[in-house]
Design a protein around this ligand. Structure first.
Ligand code: ASP
Length: 345
């Protein structure tokens, strides 16, 4: 059993509100370097764990985070995997759920915690939520249960809840309780005690080694349906040069209009090698194709059910699979199964 001092955690600071200050000239929030964080959370220095940090330079607002940056994050973890017991990624909240989803597919057989956190208010402000989020994220990354990491998964810790990263979605641009995991319960909750729900956590087979997948194909699109959608729009998206994967955000349990032109366009895309994934635009619940006529015809055309994937987990999964495989069968098979706990089976 390791002592506190022997538990080592790497904090990877990528940017986001948690490390931002107000520019005195423009009044807008601008990123600063990592020293700002330790200045404002002196508790970090006395934590008792062996804490190390690495900072992106320049740091990024998470709106500027893309697959190239995900690969850099994964490489930092890969290169230092044997040196640390856990990893905390400080990240802007706006695209945190995308990054967490992407990382969950990239880090196959992950056996150590990778906890993403950030804040709604900059850490320098008195009422910041960043201090608690950061301190507890570190505690979770360092937690050992039964001689093994308590949560060897890519997770988001925010406002007293630890949720699986690829199940999580940003729900509020206002509240401290900014994230939710609508289709999977939290992996841990924080009150007086840190309570882990072991039966909900994925544990990798011990003998399996970390494999880091580093290819993404960004030739994907999300088409969100709305009543009155017209063919020109649908066609413009489907005819995008080089498009290989399309996510349709459908109504309710996976329903779409049964206009002939709509089905013809989908059929044509699939016939020319495109992959279409059906994901519900409802914040919670699952696609169940075939329940209504309005989804049966899409199923007949070869549209794949995204089941209860979040939008973030679906677009990153599609980019990951298109980057990883060229075989249509392999991509379809992987879309139909859970790679890292992202869908209910
Ligand atoms: N725009 C910021 C970002 O996502 C917001 C935040 O950190 O909460 O980087």
């Amino acid at each position: 059993m390791k002592t506190k001092k022997e538990i080592s955690i790497l904090i990877i600071y990528t940017g986001g509100t948690i490390g931002m200050v107000q520019d005195p000239e423009t009044g807008s929030l601008v990123p600063i370097d990592f020293r700002h964080i330790t200045d404002h959370v002196p508790e970090l220095r006395k934590f008792g764990y062996d804490l190390h940090s690495v900072s992106f330079d320049p740091v990024k607002d998470s709106s500027n985070i893309d697959p190239e940056v995900w690969i850099r994050m994964a490489e930092i973890i890969e290169d230092s995997y044997n040196d640390f017991d856990g990893f905390v990624i400080l990240h802007g909240t706006d695209t945190m759920a995308y990054t967490a989803s992407a990382m969950s597919y990239m880090l196959e057989n992950l056996g150590k915690p990778v906890i993403l956190t950030g804040s709604q208010l900059p850490i320098g402000l008195l009422r910041t939520d960043g201090r608690e989020n950061l301190i507890t994220a570190i505690e979770i990354a360092a937690a050992i249960e039964n001689d093994a990491p308590a949560v060897p998964e890519v997770c988001i810790y925010f406002d007293n809840k630890l949720t699986r990263g690829n199940r999580t979605t940003k729900m509020s641009a206002e509240h401290f309780d900014a994230f939710n995991s609508p289709n999977y319960p939290p992996l841990a909750e924080v009150g007086l005690h840190l309570k882990y729900y072991n039966q909900l956590i994925c544990y990798p087979a011990k003998e399996k080694k970390l494999i880091v997948h580093k290819s993404f194909d960004t030739n994907v699109a999300i088409l969100k349906l709305f009543p009155g959608i017209n063919r020109k729009l649908v066609r413009a998206i489907i005819k995008t040069e080089g498009l290989r994967g399309l996510i349709i955000e459908t109504f309710g349990s996976g329903n779409a209009p049964t206009y002939q032109w709509f089905l013809d366009d989908l059929n044509q895309f699939i016939d020319t090698g495109g992959i279409i994934l059906n994901v519900t635009q409802c914040p919670g619940g699952s696609v169940e194709m075939g329940v209504y006529e309005t989804s049966r015809q899409m199923m007949a055309a070869g549209v794949i059910s995204g089941k209860d994937l979040t939008s973030e987990a679906s677009v990153t999964k599609l980019m990951h699979l298109l980057g990883r495989y060229s075989s249509r069968e392999k991509i379809t098979e992987s879309l139909n199964k859970s790679l890292a706990g992202e869908i209910s089976q």
